[in-house]
Design a protein around this ligand. Structure first.
Ligand SMILES: Cc1cc2nc3c(=O)[nH]c(=O)nc-3n(C[C@H](O)[C@H](O)[C@H](O)COP(=O)(O)O)c2cc1C
Length: 310
């Protein structure tokens, strides 16, 4: 058990933010597998300030049965503060906010946001402090190790954001330069939780229950984040929970998997309309080729089941 402000989290696995994936429909689908909380896709402070239609659509989600964190990205304390105010005025269903300090994509870091913030620990603290001035909701941050191996600033960033009143840190122990490749550097975050006074979540190649157990053991973290490892394999989250509750790992039958595929597809269609939903679904299911309608998906799944059950 750990707490984010007053929010009690009873699980050791949470759902990571993933741009282009963790929309409302996806989060709703994943909720049944029991992550401790879910996070939106990253949302631009300036997009909110300018009232960009797509940005606003990310923030207008319905009440969820799990705590929902809105992840904001930006580099100016003043604008991040405004982004919090706008978010709260648009949606009463936000449980807490996270600041993206880990995105390695050029388009983001050239504006000084995302993991460019790892170069300036003091600014990281200033952003959290500014956001706290306008909300009573907890503020968390998601960081990397640093910009590159010669600039491992994570401990300074953790100290600055803790002083500023952050309620939790999630760390993805790769550098900006490493993007999403190779192994996370678990050795560099060994016993990290012991050096901290607020909860810690760890992210990076959590693809199996064993990966989760190892990452928690090495770092002493309160929870792991399921990211790519649970895309197309949502049962990963259930099985991590089962492990810690002393229950057996559950295997899903082909028919159950097919039904889950259809359920996710319907959630995405409700949210985005059929054409966009099917494009997103192709990415999640790693399908190529002909899939532009729900009927296409149904026949692909039905053919597959017929071939594999006989
Ligand atoms: C497609 C994709 C989109 C992502 N978008 C975000 C994001 O919006 N905000 C964020 O903090 N991290 C984002 N991440 C990083 C993940 O949350 C996670 O920390 C990272 O993928 C490492 O975990 P993994 O190796 O288990 O995938 C993204 C990762 C992927 C693959």
């Amino acid at each position: 058990m750990f707490k984010i402000g007053d929010i009690v989290i009873n699980n050791k696995v949470v759902l990571a933010p993933m741009a282009g994936i963790t929309s409302f429909g996806y989060r709703k689908f994943m909720s049944q597998f029991g992550p401790g909380y879910v996070v939106t896709e990253m949302i631009s402070d300036m997009g909110l300030i300018y009232g960009n239609k797509e940005t606003l659509s990310y923030i207008k989600f319905e009440k969820s049965r799990l705590p929902t964190c809105v992840q904001l990205f930006g580099s100016s304390p003043e604008n991040m503060k405004k982004a919090v105010q706008i978010s709260e005025s648009l949606n009463p269903n936000i449980d807490f906010f996270d600041v993206n300090m880990g995105c390695p994509v050029n388009k983001v870091i050239k504006t000084g946001a995302g993991s460019a913030l790892m170069k300036n620990p003091k600014l990281c603290g200033d952003i959290v402090r500014a956001m706290k001035e306008v909300t009573n909701k907890p503020i968390t941050v998601k960081i990397r190790l640093g910009f590159d191996m010669n600039h491992l600033t994570f401990m300074e960033v953790i100290n600055e954001v803790t002083k500023a009143g952050a309620s939790l840190v999630a760390i993805h122990p790769r550098t900006t330069k490493e993007m999403y490749g190779g192994q996370p550097h678990w050795d560099l975050v060994k016993d990290l939780r012991n050096k901290m006074s607020i909860p810690l979540v760890v992210s990076g190649n959590i693809n199996t229950v064993e990966d989760a157990v190892n990452a928690l053991k090495i770092t002493g973290a309160d929870a792991v984040m399921a990211a790519r490892g649970a895309v197309g394999k949502p049962y990963l989250i259930k099985n991590i929970n089962n492990y810690f509750e002393g229950k057996d790992v559950e295997l899903t039958s082909l028919v159950e998997q097919a039904n889950l595929c259809k359920e996710l597809a319907r959630n995405l269609i409700d949210e985005k309309g059929e054409a966009i939903a099917m494009r997103v679904f192709r990415g999640i299911a790693r399908l190529s080729g002909e899939l532009s309608t729900y009927d296409d998906l149904n026949s692909i799944i039905n053919d597959y089941i017929e071939e594999n059950l006989n």
